[in-house]
Each structure stands twice: as structure tokens, then as C-alpha cells.
Design a binder for this molecule. Sequence first.
Ligand SMILES: [Zn+2]
Ligand SMILES: [Zn+2]
Length: 317
Amino acid sequence: MLARFWGVRGSSATPLNSEEIRNRIAAVIHRVKPLDLVSSRARNQFLSALPEFLFSSVGGNTSCIEVRLMDNCVIILDCGTGLREFEKAVRKRKETILEYHIFLSHFHYDHLSGLPYFTALFNPRCRITFYSPEDQLENYIDDFMRKPYHPVGLDAFAATVHFQKIPAEGVDIHGARIKAMERFHPDKTYAYRIQEGHRSLVYSTDTELRPEDFDKSPENIHFFQGTDMLVLDSQYTLGEAINKYSWGHSSYSMAVDFATAFMVKRLFLFHHEPLYSDKDLLGMERSAKWYYRRMTGGKKSQLKIELAKEGHEIEIS
Ligand SMILES: [Zn+2]
Ligand SMILES: [Zn+2]
């Protein structure tokens, strides 16, 4: 199983602005010395020694993750603005995809705003299935895709589109089992667990962790224990999580606590705060790692903590 992040930002899309780009160039000019420019080797060395926040971006698109099963079947987790980046990448690879399985965590705009521009919807050869445990799934999409919010509605789709409510036992897609679990968030949200053979991925965005989520109940153990890749909301610092209690998001330290409690192998901090710069977010990643090391007393680390970054591809083996 393979996962690619195409949108990792929370709440609203956050493109790099001119001021930020200018500041980065100024910081690079400030660092460079004549010897760094004498040869292409020296220039490459200089560039590769720059801090990450100067030469790359965590990404500004909202939630969208592509998951590929072993047979290359495509599962999409949420349709934020990252969906467009996904389609761009598909075009670049010259790949033809005719079957999509789209799981929606919930219906807040940042998780749907890429959908009106999803060109597969207008391809008569495509078969697209939307999934959610919500009875009103089709109505919610219908409401979102209508005038005056968008010029065309569901009836304009040329693709074959289905809406499937996920039952308690989950759904099977090409040999993988996908289950849903409700999480705390305003208007509620669902986490998804994708299990294919012995590989597992859990996507739990827009999740405010509550004390009962840490219970070692059979349901929680079945859903989270030993997950290979956990993508978890960690929009806030602990101070923000306290000040914004019941806003529906978790802090990075709560995410680390949760991943540790359920012996997760890789934790991806996700749904990044739109007010934070790349430098802030990379600092948050460092803090999360420091917190984990402190908590485990510096023992050999079992949990790998990473910041979800747009364009990154993760092999789950
Ligand atoms: Zn969100
Ligand atoms: Zn939300």
C-alpha cells in the first residue's frame, strides 16, 4: 500500500505569498559566501545545507490523500484543494484512472473545496464512488454542488457516480477492508482505517481527542492498535488546544500521546494551522519529537513522527 499527501493544511488553503518568497531569497543571499558559488558542486553543497524551511514548503492545499492498494486501485481521502494537485500528478504521469473510491471524513468546506474541479467527474468513462457512514451523503454533495455556489450540479456529471453508506462492518475494496469510526468534531467527523493484508493506514483528521479515545476498548484496539501509518489532526500547540477546547482539533502532544498509547509505528502530524509558516510547522515537528523522547526517557524510539508534507509519498510495507 502506498500513500501520497496532496493537501495537508487545515481550514483554509494557504499559498506562499510574495513576502514569504522574498524573505526566503533574502535569507539565502545573507547566508551565501563567494566560495559557495565557485563550482556547481559547491553550489549544490550550499543548497543542500540550507534549512528545510528555505528550500521547500510543507504545502498550502487542504486535505487530500491518495492511497494506492497493491493492485494500484485508487482511494482518495477527502477532496480538499489538494485534489487538484493529485490530478496534476496523474496527468504528469500520463496515467489513465477510470475507477475512484472517495472517502469523506466530513463535509466542512476545506474537505470538499477541490471537488467542483475534479475533472474525473466529467469523464463518461470514469466510475466514482463516494463513501461515508452518513445517510445524507448524496444530499450533502448535492447541496454543495449547486447554484449559486457552483455553476453546475450533480446532473452535469458525465461519470458514473455512486454514493455508498458505510455499514458498521466496513466495506471491501479490491481485497482491502475500510472501516469508519466517529470522532469528536463540530458536526462530527469520521476516521477511516484501511487494512490490506497486514498493512494498515488510519486517517483521522479534524479530530479533537477526548479522554475516552484513549480507553483500551475492543473497538479502539481493533481500530488503532499497532497501525503502520496514522495520519492524525495535530493543528494546535497544547496551549491552543486548551484555549480552543471543543473547536474540534488536537495538539501535536496529544497526537504523540495517542500514537504512543496505541503503539502506532509512524505518526503523521496533519491538518496544519493555516496561520503557521513552514518554519513554525517544522518547529512543531521538532517539538513533537522532543516531547516523545522526553516522555519515553530517551529509550530507543519505536514511534516515527513526521510532519505530513504535500507531495510526499509513503510506502507502507
Ligand atoms: Zn478541516
Ligand atoms: Zn472540520
